[in-house]
Write a protein that binds this ligand. Sequence first.
Ligand code: AMP
Ligand code: MG
Length: 396
Amino acid sequence: MIDPSEALQIVLEKTPGPEPVEVPLLEGVGAVLVEPIASDVDLPPFDKSAMDGYAVRSEDLAHLPVELAVIEVLPAGTAPTRAVEAGTCAKIMTGAPVPAGADRVVKVEDTEALSEGRVRILRFDAGRNICVRGEDIRKGATVLEAGHVLRPPEIGLLASVGRERVRVGRRPTVAVLATGDELVPVSAVPGPGQIRDANSWSLLACCRGAGVPAHSLGVGRDNEADLRAKIAEGLRHDVLLVSGGVSVGEWDLVPEALRELGATIHFATVRMKPGKPTLFATHARGLVFGLPGNPVSTIVGFHLFVRSALKKMMGHPDPVPPAVTATLAGETKVRGNRTAFVPAILRREEDVWVVEVIETRGSADLVGFSRAEALIALEPGVHEAGSGVQALPLQW
Ligand code: AMP
Ligand code: MG
């Protein structure tokens, strides 16, 4: 039996780093850049009006109000044809290029339109209301570094600098296999001794939350032939997640099937509660996680180990989400000799995080666990109210 921290270290050591792939821009969302991105243009590409109003020469505004002749109208997308000279101005819209000669835009609210192509300037802002060419980005400058996680703003930025395709860490493919003779599909009404398969769904959902596509292999039955066939199919993916069948029961056949298929098991029990029978193996093509069948244990195992492995494979610079130091709301006892990962509610009080343990009925209780916002890592013993603890926010 190894400590959870050691187990995570083994998982990260054995997990390969990102394999670069080129994807269409939108498929990059949630992925991690494996190359720096330089801009192919100045942004903005020209001196641009920040307001609807009039492009003027500041010199002409020495005495207000003042009347100016409007020499042309510049909607966004047009190019000025004339320079603004003394006593003149151009009507301009937000986003349009500021004409030569003008050094300021007076917003329309500070003017009064007169007839016959004239305008009266009543007052003006302290700012010039002009976005200067290249003030956001200079052509050739790096706008995003390798290792940057692409979110919607980055996708917009990549579009602005002309990237239709982008090189990112390939998302691993994941197969999910639930095991157990007692399991029936969601659509079925469970008969005597049967339960619905929850773990396929929660694991598929966990993968989706981590930005990784996952594929269900259905339910493996507790017999060697069926498990072997389904596990063999799962080994064609980068990552295989198996739920159930990894403890020491007579029908817990997953470790044996894995060995027979040529996988190397690195650990099979972890000093943690829930989740003692958590298994990690590697084979020529990828990784295998055996997660305990109890629905809460499965999800906890995903959060502690699988998520970080998937993030590392995608190229995340920090695959392990940081723990938060928090204050324990009430006294909590941990019996036995394993590190407990206790579901909790996490809240901000003044300037500290406070964690409050959720009373659940254990590792099968998805109802209780549904309220959890974090897992508190607690060593065996008595933890007094007010003590400092490490909380792992549950990021889906
Ligand atoms: P196991 O790890 O196979 O010994 O299963 C431990 C407990 O989790 C048993 O009560 C199983 O019935 C339950 N369990 C196993 N797999 C699932 C599943 N896919 N969905 C819901 N419960 C499960
Ligand atoms: Mg089972």
